[in-house]
Structure formats: structure tokens, C-alpha cells
Design a protein around this ligand. Sequence first.
Ligand code: ZN
Length: 454
Amino acid sequence: MVLNSPWECLFLVGAEWLICAATRYIGRKARRRVTLNANRDVWRFGAVLTAAATRFLSFVTCRIGGCVFGARDPPSYRSLLWRYLLSSNQASTSQVVLAVEHGGTNPKVDVIDGGGASRLPSGPMPLDLPQFERTREGIASPTKLPAATIEALREQVAPLLSEHRPSALGYSFAGPVTADGIVKSAPNIWGPQVRSVPYARMLRDALGMPVAMGNDMWAAANDIMAHGLAAGLPDVRTFCVITVSSGVGSKVVLDGRVHLGVSGVAGEIGHMPILLPTEAIPGHRCGCGAPSCVEAGASGNANAYRARYYAKAFREEHRYTRSRELMEQVAAIGLNPGPHLSRNIMEINALICDAARRGDQFALDVVSSTLRPLARAVACVEAEFNVRNYYFIGGFALALGEGLLLPVLRQHLAEMTGSTYEDLANLGRVYRVEEQTWGLRGVAAAAHSLLSPQ
Ligand SMILES: [Zn+2]
């Protein structure tokens, strides 16, 4: 159950207060009767009974509150509740911010209010920003690309600025970004020569408004901090958000702050070099070129490559007799570079996830092998930060679903860790939010927090 409005919160508080007040009143009456009629044991019994009832009802309302908010510790629901009320009040603000998602493909912009809703009638608007691959013939020096990007952005958002008058800018960028808004590198967007660009300051000077900036996982972390409680997540102050999609990305949030480190790459498990040789997929490497990154073995793409590799390598295995048809289907789908690659990867993963849910042994083994390095990375994050809450987003995590992803991860964690991490037995949730939504909503939440710092 999820609370949808502050009124439901107020109703919960009111109900608890009324119940407690009523039982206290009855208790006082009963005690007075005991004083007046000292010999009437029945009134003494009544006083004890109402005192017990008060405690019981208070416990029940706390328990209900705990369930409503998914809090593990029922009495803590009050603090969660007030935090939710405060965030709802912020959400009702009429201020809007500009939200930009600048990834390798399809950059877009939106105007978003304090509640996370778009103010543009047809949703996010595509942006046409200069990019290294497309413009290298036209631009003499790639180092001019950041300034050219800002110029193009300013031109394209000018109508939005005059119509909606946003108070701040939230900007997510596909690359490591420091806490000061310095883009350390952006090989896919500005080419390998461009490094350490003070991009947030350049944006602020060009658009004349405060700027909150980070990478895509920073945006996801901000989205969870702002909207995760309403989506039923138990803790939005200290957690790790992990995307399992074409790659693996993550960010750690400690006491309400995204932990970025010196150059913005802290908490990124995708490139932890902890893939074992037995988990590597022949011919498949991480996008960064390293052979033993978690991403090379635990991403959605890795799952498809692994499924195809296993389907061919273990074709004659006796234990997969019942999986022959599935293995032939998977082996027949090509994974050569080309325009159909991402569609084919999704097709293989859909086949594997469906079959795993039906209990197919081959599909379960593929998924288990993919999630093992991810579980090891989670154990490393837990050893470093002890955040306890892990929220999974991204296409492959959603395709697996909580029913498949979490039990397999927990099983691996139980095998590879001792009693030190017993909390990991209920480690995570799959954060079900439209993949297109959280990026822009997250940067908007960060921009709004600039306007009303807590
Ligand atoms: Zn890597």
C-alpha cells in the first residue's frame, strides 16, 4: 500500500491520535472510579485493562504505519510520515525547473514542477546538440564542443525560458561529473581530447540560473530521494541504486547525499574489476576495454551473450534435455554488430526471462551466472558503506522482476558472505518506474532542492 496524498497521511495521524486520546480518557475515568470506590475490584480491573488496550492500540497503529511506509521498524513511521508530508508540501510549489538529459543518444529537455510532473503538453522535447561523432568534420577543434553545445542548448530552450520562466536547471550528463559540476571526460559526446570541463559554471553563466549537475545514476539517486518514499521504498536517505541494463551503473547515497568521490565515479560498481575468469564470456569485454569489469559479466547485454554462448557450448548436456528448444532458439539469434544488435539482445533476454520464470533449468543457470558477479559487487558495496538498501532499475532488472532478481542475488550473497552481512537477506527492491521518466524527474528534483535546501 502506498500513500498518495498528504490527506491520507493526516488521516493516519488523526486516527492514531483519536484512538490514543479515547483510551486515555477511558483510563482516567476508570482510575477515578477506583479512587472513589476503593473496594470495587471491577473498576481496578478496568483501569488495568484500558492501560493495556492503550498500549495495544498504539502498537497496532504504529504497525499499520510501518506497513504503509514499508518501514522495517514500525515506530519510525512517524519520522517517515513527516518527511513525506514535507516533501509533498514542496511538491505543491508553483516553481518549475528546466531538466536536461544529455546522454550519448537522444538528448532531451523538459519543464518540471515540484511534484515531478512535466509542464510540456507533449512531454520531453528532443534536443539537437553537437556531438563528436557527427560534427568532427565541421568543428576545427573538439575542445570547442562544450561551448558549442551550450550555444545550441540556449537557442533551443529559449522559447521554454520565456514561456515557463524556470528558476533552476537540472542537467544529467553521460560521463563522470564531480560535485562541482566539472565533466572529467566525455569520449562518446565530445571525443577523447576533451577533459575537465567546468560545464556547470558555463551553463550557469549562459542561462543565468543555478545549476544542479551529475551523471545519469546521480539523476536516478535524486529521483529516489524525492519520489521513492511515495513509491513504497523503505529508506530514501541511505541506499545504493543499481541499473542493470545494457551496462551496469550505480550510485551510493549516504544520509541524503549522493556520494561522488574526488572525480565523480565513487560507488560505480560497473567497472569494479572483480569478474572471475570462469564468469567471463569469450569475446565479450566491458565497454571500457577492461576484461574483468562487473559490467562485462552482469549486464543485460552480457546475459544475452552468455545465453548464446552457453546454448552452443552446452548443447549436448544431459541436464538441459528439456531446454533444447529454447537453446536452439537462442543460438539462432545473431549478436553481430549492426543495426539489429540491441533488438536481438532484448529478444534473447525476453526468451531467457520468460523461461526462467517457468522454471527452465538452462534459463535459470544463465540468469544465475549473470547475477553472481553482481552479487559480489553488492557485497563489496556493503562492506564499504553498509547501506543495506539496494534499489534496482534498468531494462534487464525490470525484465527479471523482483521475483527472479532478488531471490537469485540473495542466494549468491548467502553463499559468498558470512554472518557479517546477514541484513543482506532482505537487501533490495526493484524500483518500478518508467525508464524514460526517472532521468529527467531526478535532475528536476536536484534542481528543486537548490531552490529550497533542506
Ligand atoms: Zn569497465
